[in-house]
Design a protein around this ligand. Structure first.
Ligand SMILES: *Cc1c(COP(=O)(O)O)cnc(C)c1O
Length: 395
């Protein structure tokens, strides 16, 4: 190893460890369901994005198995050479139907999708208005495009309007885009899409909503854009196949000509191999299940409400979540880590989320209930929260 790299790694890893920011990864010895096994210990799992329990759904496993047997393990090429299987096309048709758009294009991940879509349309002569709490992949996608990034205060519509006016009236930019998460994953609040659309119309902004945490959750499962009935107004509806859908992948749903453009200009689509046949088939199955039935989505919301009420009643601060995402806000970073550690020892896996993922002094343990949890599991979770909360004087 180069001595410069060696020194760089030693210094920086030690620095993170000293500041308590070095993340140790706990590998699971089980599926990522409502109960997981880590180091031989069974834990109630409140940390996955597997909102609907679809990651282990028998119907998806069967669809994946059939695809695996017919098409093998890999797609064999990038989408634009000959890696597009009819499974990918069927998946995209199912996504467009589900989202209520003319067409859709799928990618290898949600992260990848933001790298692909933003820079296919925006360049150095453009500007992007971005919510301060947008996901890392949106931030990186914006950077990659080389457009001027103008952040606005989280969900502050006066600030957005002011900055949209400045950007469009300056005459400095060819195009201006507004970009937001549909559901913000650290607090569980929903973007103010009706106001955003109004501002976008006033200033002719391109609209881009990354609904990674909303798809399969809000709008009867079809997402936050559907929740507000704005399918015709939002240009880019981004989603992931890796969270509620339970598999892996990402997509853009929108107008046909937008999708046509992305198919010739988005670099991960052109230069990175397509998702595996099993992934494509399982994702399509999940979307069909969600298109046909609201049962899992209703169960998720039921469980979300139950957990939120239970924790609130105990006296925990669950913030202003509007979705099943249920943060327990502790504040102090060290205390948040201790809280999460004690929950772990008592049998609950709920990760501490601290600065820099959330602002300093707003450390929290974040809970993600799913449709696969039973009421008994949630009762057990609430009892453990009560015990540990009292022990640490949090309630
Ligand atoms: C999780 C997430 C992504 C990344 O999705 P993957 O499919 O896991 O790559 C992108 N955007 C947002 C808003 C997310 O929450």
């Amino acid at each position: 190893m180069s001595t410069i790299l060696d020194r760089f790694l030693d210094t920086n890893i030690q620095d993170l460890k000293d500041r308590g920011l070095y993340n140790e990864i706990d590998p699971l010895e089980s599926a990522n369901g409502p109960v997981i096994t880590i180091g031989g210990k069974k834990l109630l799992n409140l940390s996955s994005n597997n909102y609907l329990g679809l990651a282990t759904d028998e119907r998806l496993i069967e669809a994946a198995r059939e695809a695996l047997e017919k098409y093998g393990v890999g797609a064999g090429a990038v989408r634009t050479i000959n890696g597009t299987l009819n499974l990918h096309v069927q998946l995209e048709e199912a996504i467009a139907r589900f989202k209520g758009t003319e067409d859709a294009i799928s990618f290898q991940s949600g992260f990848n999708c933001n790298m692909a879509a933003i820079s296919a349309v925006m360049d150095k002569n453009d500007a992007i208005l971005s919510d301060t709490l947008n996901h890392a992949s949106i931030i990186d996608g914006c950077r990659l495009s080389k457009a001027k990034i103008i952040t606005y205060e989280h969900s502050d519509m006066d600030d957005l309007r002011k900055k949209a006016k400045e950007a469009t009236e300056s005459g400095k930019y060819n195009k201006v885009m507004v970009i937001t998460d549909g559901v913000f994953s650290m607090d569980g609040d929903i973007a103010k899409l009706p106001e955003i659309v109004e501002i976008a119309k006033e200033f002719d902004l391109i609209t881009y909503v990354d609904d990674a945490h909303g798809s399969g959750v809000t709008g009867d499962g079809a997402g936050t854009v559907k929740h507000f009935g704005l399918q015709k107004e939002i240009d880019f509806q981004i989603g992931t196949l890796s969270k509620a859908i339970g598999v892996v992948g990402g997509y853009v749903a929108g107008k046909r000509k937008l999708i046509q453009w992305l198919k010739v200009r988005s670099r991960p689509f052109l230069f990175s191999t397509a998702v595996t046949p099993a992934d494509a088939a399982a994702s399509r199955k999940a979307i069909e299940i969600l298109t046909d039935s609201k049962e899992l989505v209703e169960k998720l919301w039921d469980n979300g409400r139950y957990l939120k009420e239970g924790l609130k009643k105990l006296g925990f601060d669950v913030g202003n979540s509007e979705t099943p995402i249920t943060p327990c806000i502790v504040g102090d970073e060290k205390l948040t880590q201790t809280f999460s550690q004690r929950l772990y020892e008592e049998g609950v896996y709920a990760k501490a989320i601290v600065f820099p993922t959330v602002p300093r002094g707003t450390g929290r343990v974040r809970n993600m209930p799913t449709a696969a949890h039973t009421k008994e599991m949630l009762d057990e979770v609430i009892a453990i929260y009560e015990k540990v909360g009292k022990e640490l004087n949090l309630i």
